[in-house]
Design a protein around this ligand. Structure first.
Ligand SMILES: O=C(O)CCC(=O)C(=O)O
Ligand SMILES: [Fe+2]
Length: 355
């Protein structure tokens, strides 16, 4: 069970970026000082730690589900592969995605389970999954999805109010009953082979494709690009602390007020690099039909931000489904024709020169 393995501590002598720690309990109480901290994190870095979120037991079970799934023979896992058409749900084999413009390959394998399939189980909305996923859909995946949704909806509500949006405006962009790209992902990265540097990306630099990601890490390896620089720094995993980060949709809805920061995954630093790295994410993404555009007509705060931008900057003309499909599809190595394919997979990154 990956969550229970003991491994060396995260080293103290690697460049590490501090994140603000947000107390979920205080957010639930709508504590004004805590909301100020969340707002600072959401606008300055777009990443924060979330403490006391209450999802630890479900997280451990999800790691077990991930381990059971990754132990299946590759041939079996490949029956549930994502495919090359831009669907995210299903299995992704190591090396199926590019990590940069030159077409270097990623090293992680992961299983993505759609929130819609988990909530509809034993019905099906999008696709079928390996037996190890089905066996835990009711007992493990559904509770994890439900609790993660609750956390993310609560955080979205607080951001909604600070953005000056009418009550429930952001929730309306994420209707529970509408099919969406929201999904749970369990990721496995193998130990770092000799000869591979600590700089070689396991998951290439990216911004997240949706609204809000709720991430659980045991070993280091996640890095953020420090805003205003070209420098990568590690995010230190802290036991019992989730890492939350905003995705492109929130930058777009807010007219650039909220930050969807570039990040990547490299092998865990130093001694930790000898161990398998497991991570788990729940991604909340807007409903498939939602148009990705600033919600300036609903908030004077957003309207003021948009007025300072080049005209049309965040008017993507895309639905959430289009945005998501384009990004997934163009990172698939089988779809690569050249550096332009990687560029086609990009989101709202703030520093295009740094890819
Ligand atoms: O594994 C991690 O720590 C981060 C994963 C990630 O950024 C992603 O899947 O979008
Ligand atoms: Fe990410």
């Amino acid at each position: 069970m990956p969550g229970l393995l003991s491994f060396p501590p995260f080293p103290d002598d690697v460049p590490t970026h501090p994140l603000l720690v947000i107390e979920y309990e205080l957010i639930l109480k709508r504590d004004a000082a805590e909301i100020d901290q969340l707002w600072k994190a959401a606008t300055e870095l777009g990443f924060w730690y979330l403490k006391n979120h209450g999802v630890d037991a479900e997280v451990d079970q999800m790691f077990e589900m991930g381990a059971e799934t990754m132990r299946l023979p590759l041939e079996e896992k490949m029956k549930y592969e994502q495919g090359d058409e831009g669907m995210s749900f299903g299995y992704k084999a190591a090396g199926a995605n590019a990590t940069d413009e030159s077409g270097a390959l990623d090293t992680v394998e992961f299983i993505n389970v759609a929130k819609d399939d988990a909530l509809a189980w034993p019905g099906k909305v999008h696709r079928e999954y390996p037996s190890t996923v089905n066996a835990r859909m009711e007992s493990t995946i559904k509770p994890f999805v439900q609790k993660s949704l609750e956390v993310n909806y609560n955080l979205l509500e607080v951001l909604n109010d600070r953005l000056g949006l009418p009550k429930g405006a952001l929730a309306k962009q994420h209707p529970l009953e509408e099919p969406s790209g929201s999904e749970a992902r369990c990721i496995k990265n193998p130990p770092r082979p000799d000869g591979i540097t600590e700089e070689q990306a396991a998951i290439g630099a990216h911004t997240d494709f949706g609204s809000l990601s709720f991430l659980h890490n045991r070993l280091g390896g996640l890095q953020v690009m420090v805003p205003g620089t070209n420098e990568w720094q590690y995010v230190r995993p802290i036991p019992g602390h989730a890492i939350c980060n905003l995705g492109d949709a929130m930058t777009i809805f807010s007219g650039g007020i909220l930050r969807s920061n570039l990040h990547r995954v490299v092998p865990p630093p130093k001694e930790q690099g000898k161990y398998e790295r497991w991570s788990l994410v729940f991604f909340t993404r807007p409903g498939h039909s939602v148009k990705l555009r600033p919600l300036a007509d609903q908030s004077s705060i957003i309207a003021d931000a948009v007025a300072k931008l080049p005209p049309g900057k965040y008017d993507t003309g895309a639905t959430s489904k289009d945005w998501f499909t384009r990004r997934i599809k163009n990172q698939r190595i089988k779809n690569r024709t050249g550096p332009e394919t990687w560029r086609e997979s990009r989101g709202t990154e703030h520093k295009p020169s740094a890819y």
